[in-house]
Design a protein around this ligand. Sequence first.
Ligand code: PCA
Length: 203
Amino acid sequence: MTSVLITAFEPYDRWRANSSWLAMIKLTQDLPARPAVTTRLYPVDFGAVQDKLAEDLAANYDFALHLGQAPGSTRIQLESLAINVGGSSHQSPEEFRAIVAEGPVAYRSPLPLADWALRLREAQIPAEISYHAGTYLCNATMYYSCYVTERLGLKTKAAFIHLPLDVTQTAAVAHDMAALPADISAEALRLILAEIAGDTPGV
Ligand code: PCA
């Protein structure tokens, strides 16, 4: 059966939850019979994520879907590109460094993200393909996932999916802030898994 690794993040900065993990919880409460899904929760730490990705990806999944939250985003963003630049939210851009010193300038997801975005919108879920995943850990996660896959000659096809905040996270925020219920994000993930289950593994 087609195998999929799905990763989510722990809370970070001022957030006491992470919408990627909230959506993953909802997803696993009603998980489709196929594809075979393995879930992982990662800390928001560059070094730890590199170690965990190297360990988890060694299982040579058919697909890897990496999830993170994008505060302020009004829609689900299917990230097409990961660039070789990284820095923490507390650093200024002048301090940003290459994620992998000898790595290529960018990776592009081989997955049909534009088709997925249209599929989600047909289901009345706000989603779009995105060409910039930022310069923080979400971008670095996709970059490192592609780098490890390439270096180890794995078959895994990866994408990063940025989710809006869940409504439970914005309820306590004093100013207006976009949110999408985690139930809807989880439904989007189910639709993407259905697309994947119909895909030919390893191609
Ligand atoms: N979002 C951050 C890192 C962890 C997360 O959930 C980002 O967009 O880079």
